[in-house]
Design a protein around this ligand. Structure first.
Ligand code: FE2
Ligand code: FE2
Length: 318
């Protein structure tokens, strides 16, 4: 455990990559402010908060960090994972609850975390542990209520889509779900900032919905990468998050993951809008993004169906 804490401190805010993503976030916020002076009153304090490291950032406990790290390995060791999960009573209880739910239909109640993970199987165990561990981290630490819940639901859908896309995309086969769940992490940071803006402003106004959207568009990817770097996530993972809305700009080492993330995001958006019965009605951008990841239209349809089904199960379980 001591080693984990040390690791977080060594890789904490202020490390090179975290600082670099911080610069990018400020630069992008400045571009937004320059292009729309009406944003100045909201964006200026945001830039100041980033520079002074005053933003309220989601915190990953050393225990959760260790659990998430273990799930990232392609050959996840269930014994080791069970051991890590067992150290946290809340996490253990929830994982056993999931394994004992009707979905996994065991004939007997599982007595411990190890048996719970065994019952689920490696792939499912990995997903469930990530969901259970990050759900509380993201929903509870944000204090954002409804908007955090909405974002969580969207992220589950994105994660389920990316998980399918990366199944045959080395070396990201076992990373897709986690990447999907965390790609919009920066949105939590922006939303928490907006919620805490010195209120009421002189005239009692708050940023309009459009204004918040524009700030999110401009900064969420870089702020997400910044937080993940501070959590000690690998450089390529952070780079992929930085580029998840413009994957062509990702460095080579992160480009296939960034492309999968961009595609996953668009698949999720299309599902939320309503997936067309006739594939000919799918938007061009989705088809092009699919082709870039070697995903043809039929497979796109399958991925969307799998993702939707997966989210349905996950929402029942969590
Ligand atoms: Fe995003
Ligand atoms: Fe998204």
């Amino acid at each position: 455990m001591g080693a984990d804490v040390e690791e977080i401190e060594n890789k904490g805010i202020g490390t090179q990559s975290s600082a670099r993503f911080m610069e990018i976030a400020m630069a992008r916020a400045r571009v937004l402010m320059d292009s729309d002076r009406g944003q100045e009153r909201w964006v200026k304090p945001l830039i100041r908060a980033i520079r002074r490291k005053r933003l309220r950032l989601p915190v990953l406990s050393p225990m959760v960090q260790r659990v998430v790290k273990l799930t990232e390995s392609p050959e996840v060791d269930l014994d080791e994972l069970a051991d890590a999960v067992s150290r946290d009573p809340v996490l253990s209880t929830r994982i056993m609850g999931v394994a004992n739910s009707s979905y996994f239909r065991g004939s007997t109640e599982v007595p411990n975390v190890r048996d719970a993970l065994m019952r689920m199987g490696v792939r499912e165990a990995r997903t469930q542990v990530i969901v259970v561990a990050l759900r509380s981290t993201l929903l509870r630490s944000s204090g954002l209520g409804e908007s955090a819940h909405r974002l969580w639901k969207h992220s589950l859908l994105v994660a389920s889509a990316i998980q399918e896309i990366t199944l045959e995309l080395p070396p990201w086969e076992s990373t897709g779900f986690l990447a999907g769940l965390l790609q919009d992490l920066g949105q939590l940071v922006v939303l928490a900032f907006v919620a805490e803006l010195p209120a009421p402003q002189d005239d009692g106004s708050a940023p309009s919905e459009e204004s918040v959207e524009a700030i999110l568009d401009a900064t969420h990817a870089s702020l997400g990468a910044m937080v993940l770097a501070s959590w000690g996530f690998p450089e390529e993972f952070c780079e992929a998050v930085l580029a998840h809305h413009n994957s062509s700009q990702a460095p080579e080492s992160a480009s296939s993951l960034a492309r999968a993330m961009e595609l996953g995001h668009h698949i999720a958006d299309q599902i939320e809008e309503g997936w067309p019965v006739d594939s000919a009605e799918l938007p061009e951008c989705l088809i092009v993004l699919g082709q870039q990841s070697g995903v043809e239209i039929d497979r796109l349809v399958d991925i969307a169906a799998e993702a939707e089904a997966n989210v349905e199960v996950l929402s029942k379980l969590s």
